[in-house]
Design a protein around this ligand. Structure first.
Ligand SMILES: NC(=O)c1ccc[n+]([C@@H]2O[C@H](COP(=O)([O-])OP(=O)(O)OC[C@H]3O[C@@H](n4cnc5c(N)ncnc54)[C@H](O)[C@@H]3O)[C@@H](O)[C@H]2O)c1
Length: 295
């Protein structure tokens, strides 16, 4: 089925980003959320990013206007009736996603692709809740969506080849590089990254090097834009702890066991940049080593 019109369910951080790259690729994007305020917030965010691109000369005003004209605000799921594809990016909650896909399947044209941006819920588990699991697929974008090039395509056990091909075509038209992953905890990137991050934590706990030097080593030795500790603070230590816990529950393998110091920081409420302290101290407005805790 040729995709021309897509509904994005959830106009939050990821959903707005998906609507933006879809519209820039020429798809008509219905952007749905539970309230008008939530949809407006998502659209205002897209406008801000595109305006900045126009100011910097990265995009013409005409291209921005064309993309904005393709984004249709929605608070009625019934607007998905002409959508050959729906991409869901609501809160990470199985019951919520299940309910949304059951409704979407009844509204969308027969054969429409139903895609979820979940990071941690098995694709096959959500697919089991719909009548046509062959049309169900994982489409895992990375944040921020307009910047990060990768989109992992995750096959549920019953996802059809046609569904995979259509999804790859859409993601590539959105400017993404695609990879296909089996439906395993963490897919490819989060799985490898979790094991990598745990190794960094172990190096710190064994006294191999300081947090600052481990970050420096990875940045300058592997060309990563951020070291593992800086990145963990940026993403949020609560998010990192949840990812580790999900992977550990899935694999029951010590490689993924949530790190004990990470857990203590979580318990003490130091969640990274957003709380002012995490692996580093940001309370002065600058990133500094922590002097109030002994790692
Ligand atoms: N943030 C990331 O880095 C990231 C990366 C990859 C995947 N994901 C996944 O993407 C999804 C969304 O994450 P996010 O960071 O954009 O969250 P977010 O909190 O920014 O946005 C979620 C949106 O869902 C909306 N929502 C809640 N219930 C709804 C309903 N019943 N109907 C319609 N909309 C509803 C909320 O109003 C909100 O706007 C999650 O499944 C998350 O695991 C997030």
């Amino acid at each position: 089925m040729e995709v021309k019109t897509i509904m994005v369910v959830g106009a939050g951080f990821m959903g707005a980003g998906i609507a933006q790259v879809g519209a820039q690729a020429g798809y008509k994007m219905h952007l749905y959320d539970i309230s008008e305020a939530a949809v407006e917030k998502g659209i205002a965010g897209i406008k801000k990013i595109l305006s900045r691109n126009v100011e910097k000369g990265k995009m013409s005003q005409a291209d921005m206007d064309a993309a904005m004209a393709l984004i249709v605000p929605s608070t009625k799921l019934e607007d998905a009736k002409d959508c050959e594809m729906a991409i869901e990016a609501v809160f990470e909650n199985f019951e919520l996603k299940k309910e949304i896909f059951q409704k979407l399947e009844a509204i969308c044209p027969a054969g429409a692709v139903l895609a979820t941006n979940t990071s941690s819920i098995p694709i096959t588990k959500i697919a089991a809740a719909v009548k046509s699991p062959a049309n169900f697929i994982g489409m895992h974008f990375f944040s921020p969506v307009p910047v990060m090039r990768l989109c992992e395509i995750i096959r549920g056990i019953k996802t059809s080849d046609e569904c995979v091909a259509t999804t790859i075509e859409v993601a590539e038209k959105m400017g993404k590089v695609t990879v296909i992953s089996k439906d395993v905890p963490g897919f490819i990137v989060n799985r490898i990254n979790a094991a990598f991050r745990n190794e960094a934590y172990r190096c710190m706990e064994e006294g191999v090097a300081t947090i600052e030097d481990i970050d420096k080593a990875i940045k300058f030795g592997l060309n990563h834009p951020m070291g593992p500790f800086e990145l963990a603070d940026f993403v949020g230590l609560d998010v990192g702890f949840n990812v580790a816990s999900t992977l550990y529950a899935g694999y029951k393998d010590a490689r993924f066991a949530p790190n004990a110091t990470l857990e203590k920081l979580n318990i003490s409420g130091d969640l990274g940049r957003k709380t002012g302290k995490g692996w580093y101290d940001y309370s002065s407005g600058e990133k500094k080593p922590r002097t109030d805790v002994k790692f």
